[in-house]
Design a protein around this ligand. Structure first.
Ligand SMILES: Cc1cc2nc3c(=O)[nH]c(=O)nc-3n(C[C@H](O)[C@H](O)[C@H](O)COP(=O)(O)OP(=O)(O)OC[C@H]3O[C@@H](n4cnc5c(N)ncnc54)[C@H](O)[C@@H]3O)c2cc1C
Length: 400
């Protein structure tokens, strides 16, 4: 075999791709991990929030990844009624730049080969039922005949596509990854340094003036710093709106605060992609829409799905022979462990999107009269649904 042949190629070194590469390489397969950016995880386009349970499902939390530990949450309604939520599971605000770099390192230590600055521009099945990916190389390399070589080809029996929300490569294999406008949140995100940021509390703001069809979040990130971001549902968005709304909020809430970073990005809030496997190709993470549609969180799912996909890829080999059907174990495991949970969050999202400001204020008003500490996420949920009997009935069906 030439050097450009591998057992498994993983495209994208976010949490999904790195954990897939690590688990596949740990089984001794020849794995190549390709990343288009020069430095994995940079720039960070993420609120960096993750629950303790979600993280520990895949990895023990490392102290150097954690910028803040959060034990409280507050929800603020459109007219400004604040509801303190008690009994919040411990959550973390991560240093994704550090964590993503460490995850790549873990994959390399497990035996994967990593190539940064390697954007995959095309992928296809070969006549010998393997998969070829074409990587665009920046600048001109010259071959012995003085021809410019700008592309490199790699081949593998199995391909794991972890190329994030855009998921362009899935289209090479017949997946339609276009999202309905109702299934994408256009997000703007900033790092803010300001006085008065509570270091142990996440705050969520709702309302059509703050984040139409979505919400705004403030996640503390060490003393006097926070990730502040918001998502606007695609069907209610126009060009530049998320950034305008975000800067307006920061200006009002943190006068004199300093914005150290500002990025925009998309969050898929649709259903997970079915099928997750076609032949020897698998989709994982945002590329597979493995995201909690109600809050846009995808790190924990990506880590977990990546591990599942990497293990399924390795198990599909017996010596040099490869059986694509064995990859279906990945889809079955995902459907069993998180499929229903994702369906529920999708259904809840559809409802939340349809809730108007007056309704959100009414719920917040009634919850704010509860004794301190009595409001849990479950109570918020029950109060929201019990005010609409038809929805309560639907909710019961979902949670049966
Ligand atoms: C503003 C914002 C805030 C968010 N906040 C949170 C949060 O607080 N908590 C949470 O859990 N989730 C959050 N998310 C979602 C979370 O960031 C994603 O779910 C998670 O990063 C998905 O991981 P992934 O590995 O699937 O994709 P990504 O992390 O997007 O990684 C994909 C990788 O693939 C690379 N790539 C893409 N195309 C190619 C190609 N053709 N060739 C080579 N490489 C390629 C990219 O450069 C990237 O490194 C947020 C998202 C956004 C946009």
């Amino acid at each position: 075999m030439s050097d450009n042949n591998y057992d498994i190629i993983v495209v994208g070194s976010g949490p999904a791709g790195s954990s897939a590469a690590a688990s596949a390489a740990a089984s001794g397969r020849r794995v190549l991990l390709l990343e288009r950016k020069p430095v994995p995880g940079v720039p960070v386009r993420c609120g960096e929030g993750i629950g303790h349970q979600g993280l520990t499902l895949s990895l023990p939390p490392r102290p150097e990844w954690i910028k803040s530990t959060v034990t409280r949450a507050r929800m603020v309604s459109p007219s400004g009624i604040a509801v303190e939520v008690g009994n919040v599971d411990k959550s973390y605000i991560l240093d994704r730049e550090r964590m993503d770099a460490d995850l790549v390192k873990t994959a390399v230590e497990a035996g994967a080969e990593f190539r940064a600055s390697s954007p995959v521009i095309w992928a296809e099945e070969t006549p010998s039922k393997r998969y070829k990916v074409i990587v665009k190389v920046h600048g001109d390399n010259i071959d012995t005949y003085n021809n410019a070589i700008n592309n490199i080809e790699f081949e593998a029996s199995c391909l794991i596509l972890a190329d994030g929300v855009e998921s362009r490569l899935a289209r090479c294999f017949g997946w339609d990854t276009a999202l309905r406008l109702e299934d994408i949140e256009t997000a703007a995100f900033a790092r803010v340094e300001a006085e008065g940021i509570e270091n142990d509390c996440c705050t969520f703001y709702t309302g059509s003036a703050v984040a139409p069809g979505g919400y705004l979040w403030v996640f503390p990130r060490g003393v006097g710093a926070a990730n502040v971001g918001l998502g606007v549902i695609g069907s209610r968005c126009r060009s530049g709106l998320p950034k305008e709304l975000l800067l307006d909020f920061i200006g009002r809430k943190y006068p004199g605060g300093r914005v150290t970073d500002l990025h925009c990005g998309g969050v898929p809030v649709g259903r997970w992609v079915k099928p997750l496997v076609r032949g020897g190709v698998m989709l994982v993470g945002d590329a597979a829409r493995q995201v909690n549609a109600i809050n846009g969180a995808g790190i924990a799912y990506s880590l977990y799905a990546g591990r599942l996909a990497g293990a399924a890829a390795a198990a599909a080999f017996s010596g040099e022979s490869f059986c694509g059907k064995a990859l279906l174990g990945y889809q079955r495991a995902w459907a069993k462990n998180f499929g229903k949970q994702q369906e529920r969050s999708f259904a809840l999202k559809e409802f939340v999107m349809s809730a108007d400001d007056a309704f959100l204020d009414k719920i917040a008003d009634s919850l704010s009269k509860e004794p301190p500490g009595a409001v849990s996420y479950l109570r918020v949920f029950m109060r929201t649904f019990s005010s609409r009997p038809l929805l309560l009935f639907k909710a019961f069906k979902l949670f049966r």
